[in-house]
Design a protein around this ligand. Structure first.
Ligand code: ZN
Ligand code: ZN
Length: 357
């Protein structure tokens, strides 16, 4: 048997945590790792571990035995461990605890949502594009069309539920006795059992597959925005809808453009002569170069606006602006001629300033 982790460590609490703190930590972790809500690898194991830790630490007697004698102590306190429960057992305890209704439990389960990511360049996000993404999802088995039976073979009425698809289950749990109407585990709620399981999905009716699909990226999408593709998630139980696919946009930064909302910021270096005399510049934008007039006497840090040259607002026809921040750059090297000219300029400036003093 694997070495057991410390129960306090599992719940992430202090050794002197109050019963309330124990409960809070358990609720949080149980929600996080519940196998019905979380399909990450290892979450089922985590969930089991969290339940076991809570079972002990929420019981005064077991907790004090555990504090003194460790895992062996807890087990000696009439604690059989959690191995006796199947996984659906955990689900029931959990659902009873958090108030899920028996009806929801009995209905065929909808497929899970899938979250995927799509990497976009700055331009792709700003202008919109079509992207292919590949996901791993549970799909209806093609061979048996989800029936779980080998094509051509017959099914028989389920002996456990008599074809109703539901059974009543009475469960003794930490929180009392519960009678739940649950989906018949033998037939999965279908009322019929399979004689010859489908050879492709081994009687599951579903199989995990890689699937590539095209995603239309709307112009203006920003980092963290998600696109929802209805019904493109995991297949549900027979008769239940599939989940949705959420595609999260991850946009790489641009070497020169910075985005703020739907405006684009761009920094343009100019030299002293251009600033003092004024000039006309070519500014790159998402839509090609644009002419920008810098008036004589422009100060560093002045921001000019190229109207409607920003990003198209999501699902609208209007655009943001491109803002050009002009930065005056002092030359680090001068050739002889430039130096001479600047010295003359300085003399001329000094003449002017003498009169002012
Ligand atoms: Zn199949
Ligand atoms: Zn059944």
């Amino acid at each position: 048997m694997a070495v057991k982790r410390d129960y306090y460590e599992i719940l992430g609490i202090d050794r002197n945590a109050s019963p309330d703190e124990v409960k809070r930590a358990f609720r949080k972790l149980a929600k996080e790792h519940h196998p019905d809500r979380n399909h990450k690898e290892g979450s089922a194991e985590r969930f089991k571990e969290v339940n076991e830790a809570y079972e002990v630490l929420s019981d005064e007697g077991k907790r004090s035995a555990y504090d003194r004698f460790g895992h062996a102590g807890a087990e000696s306190q009439d604690f059989g461990g959690f191995n006796g429960f199947g996984f659906s057992g955990f689900g029931d305890i959990f659902d009873a605890f958090f108030g899920a209704s028996a009806e929801a439990e009995a209905a065929p389960r909808a497929g899970s949502d899938i979250h995927a990511r799509v990497k976009l360049s700055f331009e792709e996000a700003a202008l919109g594009c079509e992207k292919e993404i590949t996901i791993n999802r549970i799909e209806r088995c093609e061979r048996c069309n989800g029936s779980r039976s080998e094509p051509g073979s017959e099914t028989s009425v389920c002996s456990d539920c008599g074809g109703r698809g539901r059974v009543q289950r009475v469960q003794q749990s930490l929180f009392g006795r519960f009678a739940n109407i649950v989906t018949c585990p033998r037939c999965n709620g279908e009322g019929r059992t399979v004689k010859n399981p489908c050879t492709q999905c081994r009687g599951q009716g579903k199989e995990r597959k890689r699937h590539t699909l095209k995603v239309n990226i709307p112009a203006g999408i920003d980092n963290g925005n998600a696109i929802r593709l209805n019904g493109e998630g995991d297949a549900g139980d027979r008769g239940a809808p599939p989940g949705h696919l959420y595609v999260n946009a991850e946009i790489s930064p641009h070497p020169h453009f910075t985005r703020e909302g739907f405006d684009i910021y761009y920094e343009q270096d100019i030299n002293f002569a251009q600033a003092a005399l004024g000039c006309e510049l070519k500014i790159p934008t998402l839509y090609g170069d644009e002419k920008l007039k810098i008036p004589a006497g422009t100060q560093t840090g002045t921001v000019f606006k190229l109207k409607n040259k920003g990003i198209r607002r999501l699902q609208r026809s209007s655009y943001g602006d491109q803002l050009v921040n002009v930065k005056l750059v002092t030359p680090e090297k001068l050739n002889k001629e430039q130096k001479k000219l600047l010295e003359e300029l300085e003399k001329s400036f000094n003449k002017g300033s003498k009169n002012k003093k």
